[in-house]
Structure formats: C-alpha cells, structure tokens
Ligand binder design. Structure first.
Ligand SMILES: [Mg+2]
Length: 185
C-alpha cells in the first residue's frame, strides 16, 4: 500500500526516463562514471543482476561486480531490494556485497533510496551515487526523485517475470517511449 502511495505521489512522466540505458549491467562503463564524479553505486537485484527470484550470479556478473568493488571500494557498493530474504543476503555476503532491505519504505519511496545511501555514510550527497535497476516504476522513478544518477538496464530473463510484472513492464515501456539517452561508452 505504501509502495502504491509513493508511486502516485512521485509519478511524473519526466521521472520515467533514466539518465542512461544499457542492454545489460555488464555493459555499464563504471570507470567512466567514476571519472565523471560518481563515488558510490547501488543496484537493484531481481532482473538487474540475476533473473527473478534466482540468487545465482553468472560468472560474467561476478566479474563485473568485482570490477565495481575494486574501482569504488567494497564499502561503496551495495544492493537494494524490495524482496529481502536471509538466504539471498547470505549468498551476496559471500561476495562481500551487502544487501539493504527496504522494509517500511519500499522502492519507489524516496526513503528507501535515502536509507540505502546512509549505508555509505551520513553526509553523502545523492549526486555522488549511481542507481541501477530494470524497472521504471520502482527503480528509476524513485532514484530520479532521490536525485541520484539513474541507469536502466534491460531485464535479465523476461521469461522469469510474473504475470503482473510483465504487464507493468509493458505499461512502463509506453511511459518511457520518448526517453532519449546519450550513453557514455
Ligand atoms: Mg528489478
């Protein structure tokens, strides 16, 4: 209910556009983001770095996450999810990656993003943070409102979407149709 309230409160067609869009998470040029002032990275989990409800990271994703950790530092990267579980937290901890669970305030509520930014420290400004996610109505709208740099990636495995999510994804596509991206490569 709270998630729905946040969505309507934050909804604005302009907020549907991410700053950048890449086909996969592995395509994101993190070294360029760092050169341009990004100091911290937060990523969604489901359908951004793993398929829906599948905790297993592919080899190429493990390599990419290691690259982020070595570029920014292990404590400058974390995951943010609306679907927490001890099992998945334990799994990502094996890679020295912390998972922030949005409990009371779920994405797209701004507090979900601000709570995640507090993981890095108290006085971190949102413009130093890059948020990566696959969903317009949760990840991109919320992180845009929190004033973070936003990157949208294509869904990891569309077959693993639930019926409701695949329906919402179609609506999101309509809203994000006019978005234009000037990707950094
Ligand atoms: Mg997702």
């Amino acid at each position: 209910m709270n998630k729905l309230y946040c969505f309507f409160k934050l909804f604005n067609k302009k907020n549907c556009c991410a700053n950048y869009h890449y086909k996969t998470f592995q395509d994101i040029p993190f070294s360029l983001l760092k050169e341009r002032g990004i100091k911290y990275v937060i990523s969604d989990i489901d359908q951004t770095i793993v398929s829906q409800s599948n905790n297993l990271l592919s080899d190429s994703m493990q390599k990419k996450l290691k690259e982020i950790q070595s570029l920014f530092g292990k404590n400058s990267f974390c995951l943010l999810t609306n679907e927490p579980s001890t099992q998945r937290t334990d799994y990502f901890n094996l890679f020295d990656i912390d998972v922030i669970n949005s409990q009371k305030d779920k994405k797209p509520c701004i507090n979900a993003f601000l709570n995640a930014s507090h993981y890095f420290g108290e006085n971190i400004t949102p413009d130093a943070i890059c948020f990566i996610g696959d969903r317009v109505f949760t990840d991109i709208i919320g992180a845009n409102n929190a004033k973070m740099l936003t990157i949208q990636v294509d869904v990891v495995d569309i077959q693993s979407d639930s019926f409701i999510t695949s329906l919402l994804r179609k609506i999101e596509k309509i809203y994000a149709k006019g978005c234009s991206y000037s990707n950094q490569n």
